[in-house]
Design a protein around this ligand. Structure first.
Ligand SMILES: Cc1cc2nc3c(=O)[nH]c(=O)nc-3n(C[C@H](O)[C@H](O)[C@H](O)COP(=O)(O)OP(=O)(O)OC[C@H]3O[C@@H](n4cnc5c(N)ncnc54)[C@H](O)[C@@H]3O)c2cc1C
Length: 490
C-alpha cells in the first residue's frame, strides 16, 4: 500500500505502474500491453479550475492494492483521517473527490479483470473503460452503450452519474449495467449487493463513495455490435424536429452545439448486424483530432491571437471541420469497443473546464434556443465565451440508480466546455442559474456551482431516502466531505 501527501486536491501524485490481470474462468494471464496507458491515465490528480484546493490543508493519498488493504484503510480505529474519499481517475469537475485534511483513497492500483463469462465481466474498480474495452474485444464482447470519455475508471463511472449516448432499449446509464457490487463500508466491513438485494443495488449505483468504497464490480456485457455512423448538421431552428426524430428512433446520439453559429451537429449510431467494426487507426486518429489536436489548436490560438472577435470564428470553423471527419469512409462504421479503446487522453491540451446539467427532454428544444441566447448575452456583457462546442447526450429514462438524473423522465445532458480558464468561473456560475431556471437536474460529480435548493427540487424524496440509508452505513460521517455536507444538511 502506497502513501503520499497532497496539498489540498491539486498536487501531483506519482502512481506506480499498474498491472492488469485477466482471469477467464479462473485462469490468470498477465496483460502487459496496458501498462503504459494505465500509468499515463492515472498520473495526475486534477481538480476543478473553478474550485481551487482549500488552503494548506493536506490530503493523504493512499493506494490500496487489495481488498484487505482497503479494509485496513477504512476499519474503525484506523489512523487515516476523515473525510475518506474514493478516487477513480479524478475527472469529476466538482469537489466530490476533495478530501481536505482527510484521505484520498486512490483505487487505481486495483485494476484487474477478475473473470469473464458469457454475458458478464467482473473487474476491480480502478480499470478504465478503455482498458476494459480492449480486454473484452479480444473475447468478442463489449460493455453496453456510451461513446465518450473512456479514460474514466469503472469505479468512478458506476459511482457517479454518466453522460453517455445510449440507444432506446439499452440502459440509460453505464451504472445500470452493473449486476453486483462488492464494497467496504466506512467501518471496514465488507458487503455485497446484487439482484437479490435489488433496492440496495439501486442505492449503491451512483452513490459517489458515500455508502462505502467499491472494490469489485460485475457488469453485464454482450457480443460486440457494429454500428453505422450518420453525421448531420442542422440549423438550431430545426432542433425540435431532430429531437422528435431521436425519440422515435433506436439510434444513439451525440449533439455538438455551436451557439455563435446557430448550428447543431448530430452524430447518430445505429447497430447494424454484419457492419464493419471499424479500424483502430482511423478511430484513434479521429479521437486525437477531436480530443487533443483541436483543443490544443484553440489553446495555442488564444495565445497568438488575443482578440476574441478574430479568433473565435477560426476556432469554430476548426471545430466544425473536425466534426466532418465522421463523414469519411473509414469512420462511417465502428463498434463501441473500437471507439472506446482508441480514445486519446483528453487532458492533453491544457486546462479543460467543463460543467454539465441534465435537462428534461420534453422541453430541450426550447432550452437549446435559450442556451444560445444566454451564451451570446454573456459574451456581449463579459467578453467570455466557451471556445469548445457544447455537447449534449439524450439519455432515456432509467430508474436503475436511486440518484439517477433520468430516474423520472428522459433527459438531455448539456455540457459546456472551454480551454480558456479566465472568465470560466463566472460563466459556470451563471450557467448554473440558467440550468436551475430551466428545470435542470444537477449531477453531483459534474455540475459546478450546484445549489442545495437544486438538489432538493430535483431529487426530493429520493435524496431523503438516500440520506437515511447513508446514515445507517456511515453513522460517523467518515465518508462525507464539506461538498457533500452542504447537501446532506438540507
Ligand atoms: C474532458 C472530460 C470529458 C468527460 N466526458 C464524460 C462523458 O462523456 N461522460 C461521462 O459520463 N462523464 C464524462 N466526464 C466526467 C467524468 O468522467 C465522470 O464524472 C466519471 O464518472 C468520473 O470517473 P472517474 O474515474 O474520473 O471518477 P472520479 O472523478 O475519481 O470519482 C467520481 C465519483 O465516484 C466516486 N468513486 C470513484 N471510485 C470509487 C470507488 N471505487 N468506490 C466508491 N466511489 C468511487 C468518487 O468518490 C466520486 O464521488 C468527463 C470528464 C472530463 C474531464
Amino acid at each position: 500500500m502506497r502513501h503520499t501527501y497532497l496539498s489540498g486536491h491539486s498536487g501531483q501524485a506519482t502512481v506506480p505502474q499498474r498491472r492488469i490481470v485477466t482471469a477467464r474462468h479462473g485462469t490468470a494471464t498477465f496483460v502487459s500491453k496496458f501498462q503504459t496507458m494505465a500509468t499515463a491515465n492515472h498520473s495526475t490528480v486534477r481538480h476543478s479550475p473553478s474550485r481551487p484546493a482549500s488552503g494548506s490543508r493536506q490530503a493523504r493519498l493512499v493506494q490500496p492494492a487489495t481488498a484487505n488493504e482497503l479494509v485496513r484503510v477504512l476499519e474503525t480505529g484506523t489512523h487515516y483521517p476523515s473525510p475518506l474519499r474514493a478516487l477513480g481517475s479524478a475527472s469529476s469537475c466538482t469537489r466530490c473527490t476533495e478530501a481536505a485534511g482527510g484521505t484520498l483513497v486512490d483505487m487505481g492500483e486495483m485494476n484487474r479483470v477478475l473473470r469473464i463469462d458469457r454475458d458478464s465481466v467482473t473487474v476491480q474498480p480502478g480499470i478504465t473503460i478503455a482498458e476494459l474495452a480492449d480486454v473484452l474485444d479480444s473475447e468478442g464482447l463489449e460493455t453496453i452503450g456510451g461513446f465518450d470519455y473512456a479514460n474514466r475508471t469503472v469505479g468512478g463511472a458506476i459511482s457517479a452519474a454518466g453522460l453517455e449516448a445510449m440507444s432506446a432499449g439499452e440502459v440509460g446509464s453505464f451504472s445500470s449495467s452493473v449486476r453486483q457490487i462488492k464494497f467496504v463500508t466506512a467501518s471496514g466491513q465488507r458487503g455485497c449487493v446484487n439482484s437479490d438485494t435489488a433496492t440496495l443495488l439501486r442505492l449503491f449505483r451512483m452513490s459517489y463513495g458515500l455508502l462505502g468504497i467499491v472494490y469489485e464490480v460485475t457488469l453485464r456485457v454482450r457480443p460486440t455490435q457494429s454500428f453505422e455512423v450518420q453525421a448531420m448538421k442542422i440549423d438550431v431552428a430545426d432542433i425540435h424536429n431532430l429531437l422528435a426524430r431521436l425519440t422515435q428512433s433506436r439510434s444513439s446520439a451525440r449533439l455538438k452545439l455551436f451557439p455563435f453559429r446557430g448550428t447543431v451537429h448530430c452524430e447518430l449510431r445505429d447497430s447494424i448486424a454484419g457492419a464493419d467494426k471499424g479500424g483502430r487507426l482511423a478511430w484513434r486518429l479521429k479521437s486525437w483530432t477531436v480530443n487533443s489536436a483541436m483543443p490544443a489548436a484553440a489553446f495555442a490560438l488564444a495565445k497568438m491571437m488575443p482578440v476574441g472577435k478574430l479568433r473565435y470564428p477560426i476556432v469554430d470553423s476548426l471545430s466544425e471541420t473536425t466534426l466532418n471527419l465522421s463523414s469519411l469512409g473509414p469512420l462511417k462504421s465502428g463498434s463501441a469497443a473500437i471507439a472506446q479503446m482508441t480514445q486519446t487522453n483528453v487532458f492533453g491540451a491544457g486546462p479543460c473546464a467543463r460543467t454539465s446539467w441534465a435537462f428534461p427532454q420534453t422541453s430541450f428544444a426550447s432550452t437549446v434556443t435559450a442556451y444560445f441566447d444566454f451564451c451570446r448575452r454573456h459574451y456581449a456583457r463579459t467578453g467570455f465565451r466557451c471556445d469548445q462546442p457544447a455537447v449534449a447526450f439524450p439519455t432515456p429514462k432509467d430508474p436503475g440508480a436511486l440518484l439517477s438524473p433520468a430516474f423520472e423522465q428522459s433527459v438531455v445532458t448539456l455540457t459546456a466546455m472551454s480551454n480558456r480558464a479566465e472568465g470560466w468561473d463566472d460563466f459556470a456560475f451563471e450557467y448554473a442559474e440558467f440550468a436551475e431556471n430551466h428545470g435542470a437536474i444537477p449531477l453531483f460529480g459534474q455540475s459546478q456551482h450546484m445549489s442545495a435548493r437544486a438538489v432538493k427540487l430535483s431529487y426530493g424524496k429520493r435524496w431523503d431516502a438516500f440520506r437515511r440509508t447513508r446514515e445507517h452505513f456511515d453513522p460517523e460521517r467518515r465518508l462525507v466531505n464539506q461538498f457533500f455536507e452542504n447537501f446532506l444538511a438540507i
